[in-house]
Design a protein around this ligand. Structure first.
Ligand code: PMP
Length: 407
């Protein structure tokens, strides 16, 4: 499959639909991406002809479903270049993955007086789980500030690291600012003081090639629905030596080895962390989504997205009275902005009438709204199927919103 944008668009049936009798322009990809035929067909086929529970059945269908489910795990391992398939745990998504680490790692390794480092640009799902576990364990949550140019303040980060730091939990790419954080440097600096590192890859997975053996972080997580896969499926990668020491986060079927009323022993990795019937169809759909992206070529896809993103940044920047928050030198596909003094909901609702889907509000980063002293943001976020023609429609919608709201 070479990279041909019209071909790519043809793979996504939803892009053919109309909204308000106009062609849909979908620019809410940081919230969730659309799904190609390959993923939709995979789900359809599973439920039509293959549906069965995994791991427990002796019968043919169950064995087939188990094989497909485990092949999906193998593919994720390969996609991330993880060392072992036992390091790949299927979860409901990024949120569940972070909660799993906060609870299981936290209860084992975070003690009174310890510190957990996050940053000002984290999504709520990489803030609240750490707040909760810090409170429970008597630890301190430290927040690394960002700079004027919407980048992590690396000097402050280095200063905040100490032998008290148990874990650093940082987003790879900010869903609001688009900033790509220097995660390789963060991992090296954190490891120097003996801290572990969790990277929230929710906004990176569709846009940046990931090589976990090279990156050497301790945990990495993402959601399937942000990378052209289904909702309700995601991944937690964790280093085997850590996962081995952590206790399960949820308990029930699948995660046990032997149960008596007196004592339970746990299953081996990765099943120890996969209690209950998993999202089987979701895992198969995720496999297809990653396969789809691999066939397109993630670098080619990213190069196309970058072109569209830069075009949008440039065009938006030419409108006066616009404040752009996506200012980092290294950034990708999330473009947040406001019309000076205008509420983002007002802007978003006018843009919507042009059949352009953008997101408005705090974007699950309320602390950032306080830092920038705004009620929220308008965010356009791009995926592999977006075009510069769509950007033109979006820009026209912004100009119309401006003339209605600011004249
Ligand atoms: N982290 C980041 C950076 C995100 O953008 C999101 C989703 N907006 C999440 C975490 C949470 O992902 P999910 O809702 O799929 O669990």
């Amino acid at each position: 499959m070479g990279f041909d944008i019209q071909n790519v668009r043809g793979n996504f049936p939803i892009l053919r639909r109309k909204v308000y009798e106009k062609q849909l322009v979908y620019l809410d990809n940081a919230a969730t991406t659309q799904k190609p035929d390959m993923v939709i067909d995979r789900l359809n086929n599973f439920y039509s002809y293959e549906n069965s529970n995994v791991h427990r059945g002796i019968h043919h269908l169950s064995q087939e479903a188990t094989a497909c489910f485990e092949e999906a795990r193998d593919y994720v391992q390969k996609f991330l270049n993880a060392h072992s398939r036992n390091e790949i745990i299927f979860t409901r998504g990024t949120t569940e993955s972070i909660n799993l680490v906060a609870q299981s790692f936290g209860r084992k390794f975070i003690n009174p007086g310890d510190e957990v480092l996050i940053s000002q640009m984290e999504h709520h799902s990489n803030i609240v789980p750490w707040q909760m576990i810090c409170e429970e364990r008597g630890a301190r949550l430290l927040v690394v500030p960002i700079t004027e140019s919407a980048e992590l303040n690396m000097k402050a980060f280095e200063k905040m690291l100490s032998d008290k730091t148990r874990i650093v939990a940082i987003t790879h790419v900010s869903n609001t600012l688009g900033t790509i954080n220097p995660v390789d440097i963060i991992v090296k600096l954190a490891h120097r003081v003996g801290a572990r590192v969790l990277i929230d890859g929710a906004q990176a997975i569709a846009h940046l090639p990931i090589d976990l053996q090279n990156l050497d972080c301790d945990f990495y997580c993402f959601s399937g629905h942000k990378v052209y896969g289904p909702t309700g499926i995601g991944v937690l990668y964790g280093k085997v030596e850590l996962l081995e020491e952590m206790l399960p986060y949820q308990c029930g079927g699948e995660m046990i080895s032997e149960v008596t009323f007196e004592k339970t022993t746990f299953n081996e990795l990765p099943y120890k962390f996969e209690a209950g019937t998993p999202n089987i169809a979701g895992a198969l759909g995720l496999h297809s989504a990653l396969l789809y992206l691999d066939r397109l070529g993630i670098r080619q896809a990213a190069a196309h997205e970058d072109e569209v993103f830069k075009y949008a940044l440039d065009k938006l920047g030419q409108i006066d009275q616009i404040i752009i928050y996506s200012r980092a030198q290294h950034k990708t596909t999330s473009l947040s902005f406001n019309l000076k003094g205008v509420h983002p909901y007002d802007v978003g609702s006018i843009i919507d009438k042009f059949a352009v889907a953008v997101r408005t509000g705090h974007l699950c980063t309320q602390p950032l709204t306080r830092i920038f002293q705004v009620p929220g943001f308008v965010r356009a976020s791009f995926a592999v199927y977006n075009t510069t023609e769509e950007v033109d429609i979006f820009i026209n919608a912004v100009i119309q919103a401006k003339s209605m709201l600011m004249s």
